[in-house]
Ligand binder design. Structure first.
Ligand SMILES: [Zn+2]
Length: 439
């Protein structure tokens, strides 16, 4: 009797054991059949990419589907590092003013993940007086990775006279807050200043010196007493960032329409030019002509807020698409939205798909057709190419799936229950990704 009852169990265990040995998938997720663009590693070719425990685990010409628990087929699509938006405003609605906790900032999860953006850099919405509130209410709670350029002005972007208050631009105090929050603060921001003096820029650079971090400059009202050329040739250090690169007041061309040589000198010094499109600061008459004459931006960013989101800017992919149609190549546009942005903020662990890197990934579609784009001053431009998001993954989880590419058809599922397992699918939850990898 004893032998008879143990026999079937024994064989079942034997069979399961053999399956376990021969077919245990070594990867969690496999993105199969796509074209990989990873500028840091010089890859622009068909590649499969496998993910394990939230990290990139393998990149190869072909990885068998049997080696992954979840295979997502992506023929005809592009796999890129998760996009980094170097200039955003995400200190959203906590009863403050304008971009500093008011109605102009937008919660990052409400726009970023749907367009392949996995990291946003908030550019100066908060200053040292309200950074803690920003951190508590948004930075530490968002699903999107939020890094911060701390405004050298104490209250950040309140949109009123506080932003002109030079007495509250305390470099030493700003540096102290940055050094106490090195995990999220990646630099400083100077912005919106209307006065004729250099004080805010100097305070920003001073804070940068003390904390050993870059400073990003929005030059505010252009003023004859503080020429732009002096900003980028003398005041800023190598690695500092001028944002709003294609804003109309920036002197770009001589009377004959030729690119002014000082721009090349500034770039040679190591000053970075960031797009920071926004609601006023991106004009095709600057950008299209500068790109044509060999002066592309170092980094492509949105300056997203509730105004620019609904005007010509729209989102990171739309700004990238503008540069595609102005003549930059796809890999180049990806480079300026991933690896070069990561380098600008000294976060070299981001913006690439090396084995071992965090699995922040965008899967994009390059569409061909007849499209239109609009600049910050309302001028149009026709184009034939447009980037669209297909999938967004962060920390190795699928967080956005535009076309249901990860999904089984409903009519094959019978009387189905909620779909997707928590170890790969976080599209049906919100807030921070659940840590730990339940299996
Ligand atoms: Zn801005």
């Amino acid at each position: 009797m004893g032998m008879l009852s143990t026999h079937p169990r024994f064989y079942l265990l034997l069979v399961l054991g053999c399956l376990g040995l021969s077919a245990q998938p070594q990867y969690d997720i496999l993105l199969k059949g796509g074209h990989l663009i990873d500028p840091k590693n010089g890859i622009n070719a068909p590649r499969d990419l496998a993910i394990k425990d939230g990290k990139v685990a393998a990149v190869a010409a072909s990885i068998p589907a049997a080696q992954a628990r979840k295979t997502i087929l992506i023929p005809g699509l592009y796999v890129t590092p998760g996009l980094i938006d170097l200039h955003a405003h995400v200190f959203a609605g906590t009863g403050g003013h304008m971009l500093a906790g008011g109605d102009s900032s937008i919660h990052p999860d409400s726009f970023a993940q749907s367009v392949g953006v996995t990291t946003v850099v908030d550019a100066g919405s908060s200053g040292r007086h309200n950074f803690a509130e920003f951190r508590r209410t948004v930075v530490d709670r968002a699903r999107t990775r939020v890094l911060v350029l701390l405004n050298v002005g104490g209250k950040g972007m309140t949109g009123d006279s506080h932003e002109q208050d030079v007495d509250d631009m305390d470099a030493k105090a700003a540096a102290a807050v940055a050094m106490a929050n090195r995990d999220v603060i990646v630099g400083f921001k100077v912005a919106h200043y209307n006065g004729p003096d250099w004080m805010p820029v100097e305070r920003g650079v001073e804070a940068g010196e003390m904390a050993k971090l870059p400073v990003m400059i929005d030059f505010g009202a252009f003023h004859i007493a503080r020429p732009f050329q002096e900003l980028v040739l003398k005041k800023l250090r190598p690695g500092d960032i001028y944002t709003h690169a294609f804003y109309a007041p920036v002197p770009y061309f001589d009377a004959g329409g030729k690119l002014l040589p000082y721009l090349g000198e500034a770039r040679k010094r190591g000053v970075l030019f960031d797009v920071g499109h926004g609601g006023a600061a991106f004009e095709f008459k600057q950008a299209a002509r500068a790109v044509r004459q060999g002066f592309p931006p170092d980094t492509i960013s949105t300056d997203v807020h509730s105004g620019s989101l609904n005007a010509g800017m729209k989102n990171q992919l739309n700004v990238m698409s503008k540069f595609l149609n102005m003549g930059l190549g796809l890999a180049d546009v990806v480079y300026r939205s991933t690896w070069n942005a990561a380098r600008a903020i000294h976060r070299e662990e981001l913006g690439h798909l090396s084995v071992g890197a965090v699995a922040d990934i965008a899967v994009l579609r390059l569409e061909q057709g007849d499209y239109g784009f609009v600049d910050s001053w309302g001028a149009g431009m026709r184009g034939t190419k447009r980037l669209a998001n297909e999938l967004t993954l962060k920390d190795g989880y699928v967080i956005y799936d535009t076309n249901g590419r990860t999904r089984e058809s409903w009519d094959k599922l019978g009387d189905y229950q909620p779909q997707g397992e928590p170890w790969w699918d976080q599209t049906r939850s919100s807030g921070p990704l659940r840590r730990g990898r339940a299996k």
